[in-house]
Design a protein around this ligand. Sequence first.
Ligand code: HEC
Ligand code: HEC
Ligand code: HEC
Ligand code: HEC
Length: 177
Amino acid sequence: MLSKHAMRIILVVISVVAVSGVGLLVKAQLIPKSFGLYGAYRADAIDEEAQRVVRHGTNASCFGCHPYEAKTHLKGDHKTISCEFCHGTYSDHVKSGKKIADLPVKKGAEITTLCLRCHNTEIKARSTIVIKTVAMPDHLEQQKVKLTHNCNQCHNVHAPLKYINEAKKITGLMEEH
Ligand code: HEC
Ligand code: HEC
Ligand code: HEC
Ligand code: HEC
């Protein structure tokens, strides 16, 4: 007959073994199959990511069907900006080389909101050397126009200095660079 003390020790040992056994079983169930094949991650994740449908095009993916906007954009100060940033996703518009739906075109005050996402002096986190910014309504007051003017009434959205440089040439105000 074992002493009460020994019985307790055996009970503790059995519980520890049982608990860790269950723990190991649960762990085996929860760890995904391909985990650890190449490292401490799921090897299948690589394939799964590679299978994801590419939703965005490049600016060049728009050029073929929109030669006019392409030409303006490529010549202007917005040439480095993605068409899709302002217009939305390629795959919502084109599938297998054909237009499947329209992309939204912003109008009026929506355009001003869009421009100010990058050009607002209020954006303190970024140096103004990176992207030139304007303060509103000061920028409009300086031009002596009504404060209801939207940015595209003076700036071509695709080549923002186009009209302004043309106007300066006409008025002889164009500075020589
Ligand atoms: C396969 C040809 C094709 C490609 C590629 C294409 N588009 Fe279009 N897009 C069209 C057609 C056709 C229309 C409708 C006719 C029109 O308004 O010019 C259109 C309309 C638009 C409109 C709306 C014009 C309006 O007045 O409502 C925008 C904005 C636009 N496309 C932007 C883009 C952008 C940005 C890309 C690249 C990410 C792109 N498109 C790629 C064919 C294309
Ligand atoms: C900075 C934002 C911005 C970028 C970048 C941009 N667009 Fe636009 N786009 C606009 C806005 C805003 C309008 C509406 C124009 C307006 O009302 O003055 C527009 C209009 C258009 C239209 C419709 C023209 C019309 O009047 O029917 C097409 C097509 C278009 N853009 C294609 C493109 C393509 C292609 C690119 C890239 C080469 C591009 N856009 C880059 C903001 C942008
Ligand atoms: C995604 C960010 C982005 C958006 C949205 C955007 N711009 Fe720009 N813009 C730029 C960058 C980047 C440049 C080139 C860098 C620079 O010189 O400021 C630029 C250049 C310009 C310039 C020339 C500045 C100069 O004197 O060199 C003007 C003017 C301008 N944008 C106006 C606009 C207007 C108007 C809109 C709305 C239709 C707009 N931008 C929307 C990023 C943006
Ligand atoms: C009434 C016409 C007009 C409107 C509306 C207008 N601008 Fe301008 N903007 C100009 C002119 C003119 C210049 C060039 C000033 C110069 O070269 O001295 C300019 C210059 C700029 C510059 C370059 C600033 C720099 O430091 O060189 C940016 C950025 C700009 N505008 C953005 C915008 C944005 C964003 C909007 C809308 C919120 C807007 N503008 C609305 C006329 C306008």
